[in-house]
Ligand binder design. Structure first.
Ligand code: ARG
Length: 653
């Protein structure tokens, strides 16, 4: 990657000879907007004789590109002895020296607005993006100071149990969180914390004795596991009801829970925790079966894991140590045979109470999670661990973090973060009952095919990319960009905390922030680039070796596309901070609009020789084709990079 000195050399070629001022918050090597901000900050600082870092802070990136690229918020400059700030803004805009990087600025109330110079923008931006290649939009600065390590724990379905909407969202958002960290130079461990231990698995084992069939398991493993699980749950329901009623009447549940399915379940779980050989073999068998089905389905979403951990993992010794410490400090109390923490006693009334160890002597979800955090810190020495789990579990994680503090482990608690999200509503009942991510994806593929067929029937002339696989009926079906694109249009649309409805029409809609539209524009760019390169016939169309003639890019459409591309690293930086995918998605939609306008205009120019462009009709030379080629390749790269961060499959074959 070029150094600041190289960059200064390039700028000198554009007629700019002042070196970059030293502003620690800026990074001109990864964010081209910072070249502009830094340069403008020095102009302001020398005009007003103020601090250059303060001037830099007063310059904002405009969100509405019809108004400006950058805006200086004049009051933020805190000018002294100024009575009328608007008047001052008018004076300042006149006093500022002209610059090869900017068109003539204008004042608008208390802001000064700046457009990038059309002349120098392509000369600056195209080599900048090209040199950085696929790292454009990334910032590995943290890596230079010694790589930091993050564990991103996500997906985490239960065995047995439904792969439900929260697992689906956790998979999508978790993979995005992992990629954002890689993009910013972190060393990432993707971890799946399977719910493979506990009462449900034990209940299933009781059910297996009664209803399990080797043939049915062979025929459709996940379906049969779910079937057995549902049957035993139905059998168990009356006992659960009786226990609940006793609780409501403030009676002890001990007797009810010491017989029937309760007793069978709890004894299986006890044997499991005591590491009984046959019981462990049962656990391993069903864990392996579920994993074998899950992995190919994850692959269809483009999701991978470095580690399949699980609730079976936390060490018994770690749990015992935690309990000993909590008992010694009087945090752990006995209540009706269970060991509990009452957070009210520790200044957190809102957190209620939690059972740490059950009356049966078995561990709980809570205790296992606590021990897992302690164990993982030892084995992975992470700097940060992120749990991507539904908002429903907000208080669970608050209880975990608080308990670590009570254990004297604030050092660990501060490294943990819960990235939460709202649930999906309106899933078809048969999807709610399935244990299979593969089936969910098949369903999405079917919906997309039906909806897209409807759209085509409606007379809209959509061009398919020809890659829309038919929905396969098994979990191992191949890649399905349309299905994943449709699903992500729903999932990434709003803020994470907002849930959403599983709405078929919206999945296929091509307006708003639609992943389908983004996929189609990517495919368009791919084919336009191939055309420009003269695929077939003449190998390169003569443009590959030509030196680009940037004059052809002096049109509003090309310039607007470049202005959007210049913002990309700022968008990834903001997205990394918020870990909200929707900002990046809406940026990609705007980039796609700019790209579509550019390609449309370019076509119009080809057809009638002029088109609605602002510049004179250009000649179609190898040099002008080369300039367009570089522009489109850069656009494709930026778009593809953003799609990859969000997990939107590229349709370029
Ligand atoms: N298996 C859990 C569930 O389905 C999610 C696990 C979340 N992660 C955790 N460390 N608690 O609800």
């Amino acid at each position: 990657m070029a150094s600041l000195t190289d960059l200064e050399g390039r700028l000198a070629g554009l007629g700019l000879d002042s070196p970059f001022p030293d502003v620690p918050a800026a990074n001109a090597l990864t964010k081209p907007i910072d070249i502009y901000r830094l340069h403008l900050a020095s102009l302001i600082a020398s005009t007003l004789e103020c601090d250059v870092a303060a001037a830099y802070e007063a310059i904002l990136t405009a969100t509405d590109l019809t108004l400006a690229d950058l805006a200086v918020v004049v009051p933020k400059l805190k000018p002294k002895d100024v009575k009328d700030i608007k008047e001052f803004a008018v004076e300042l805009v006149q006093k500022l020296p002209t610059s090869p990087l900017y068109a003539v600025p204008y004042s608008d109330g208390v802001q000064l607005r700046f457009f990038f110079s059309q002349k120098t923008l392509p000369l600056l931006m195209l080599p900048y993006i090209r040199e950085r290649g696929t790292t454009y939009g990334e910032d590995h600065a943290q890596g230079l100071r010694g790589k930091k390590k993050v564990i991103v724990e996500f997906s985490s379905p239960n065995i047995p149990g439904e792969f439900n909407g929260t697992h689906l969202r956790s998979t999508i958002i978790g993979s995005f969180v992992a990629k954002m960290h890689e993009c910013m130079g972190w060393d990432v461990v993707r971890m799946n914390y399977l719910g493979d231990w506990g009462k449900d698995l034990a209940l299933f084992a009781v059910g297996w004795e009664k209803y399990g069939s080797e043939e049915a398991l062979e025929a459709d493993p996940l379906d049969h596991i779910m079937d057995v699980f549902h049957k035993i749950k139905t059998d168990f329901q009356p006992e659960m009801d009786a226990s609940k009623q006793a609780k409501n009447e403030n009676k002890s549940t001990a007797e009810i829970e010491s017989e029937g399915i309760f007793a069978q379940r709890d004894s299986f779980f006890k044997k499991l925790e005591d590491k009984d050989k046959d019981t462990l073999a049962f656990w391993k068998r069903f864990r392996d079966i579920a994993l074998a089905k899950l992995e190919p389905a994850y692959a269809r979403l483009g999701v991978t894991f470095d580690e399949y951990s699980g609730e079976s993992q936390p060490l018994q010794e770690t749990m015992a140590e935690i309990e000993a410490t909590l008992t010694a400090s009087g945090v752990l109390q006995e209540s009706d045979g269970s060991q509990i923490i009452n957070f009210e006693n520790h200044g957190n009334k809102g957190l209620g109470t939690v059972i740490v160890r059950a009356r049966t002597g078995s561990s709980t979800y809570f205790l296992r999670d606590l021990a897992a955090a302690v164990d993982r810190e030892k084995t992975h020495a992470f700097d940060k661990m992120i749990y991507v789990v539904a908002s429903k579990q907000n208080s669970h994680f608050q209880q975990i973090f608080k308990t670590l503090e009570l254990l004297g482990r604030e050092d660990l608690a501060v490294k943990l973060q819960h990235v939460n999200f709202g649930d999906i509503t309106g899933m078809a009942p048969h999807l709610k009952k399935t244990m299979s991510l593969g089936q969910m994806l098949n369903e999405c593929a079917e919906i997309m095919q039906a909806e897209e067929a409807k759209l085509e029937d409606d007379g809209s002339e959509k061009q398919g990319e020809g890659e829309d696989d038919t929905a396969a009926s098994n979990d191992e079906a191949g890649s399905d960009p349309a299905a994943v694109g449709g699903l992500l249009s729903l999932d990434l649309f709003g803020k994470r905390s907002h849930g959403y409805a599983f709405d078929k029409k919206r999945m296929a809609a091509e307006e708003g922030d639609s992943c389908r539209t983004i996929q189609r524009e990517y495919a368009n760019l791919v084919s336009v680039i191939a055309e420009l390169k003269g695929s077939g016939g003449d190998e390169t169309g003569g443009s590959e070796d030509a030196s680009p003639d940037h004059a052809v890019l002096q049109r509003d459409e090309s310039i607007d596309l470049l202005r959007m591309m210049a913002q990309y690293p700022d968008v990834t930086a903001a997205t990394f901070k918020s870990l909200e995918p929707h900002g990046l998605l809406s940026y990609l939609s705007r980039l796609v609009e700019a790209s579509a306008a550019e390609l449309d205009d370019d076509n119009a120019g080809d057809e009638d020789g002029a088109g609605p462009s602002s510049a004179a009709p250009e000649e179609d030379t190898a040099e002008s084709r080369k300039a367009k080629l570089v522009l489109y390749e850069s656009a494709k790269q930026v778009l593809g990079h953003g799609m990859n961060l969000l997990g939107i499959p590229l349709c370029d074959e």
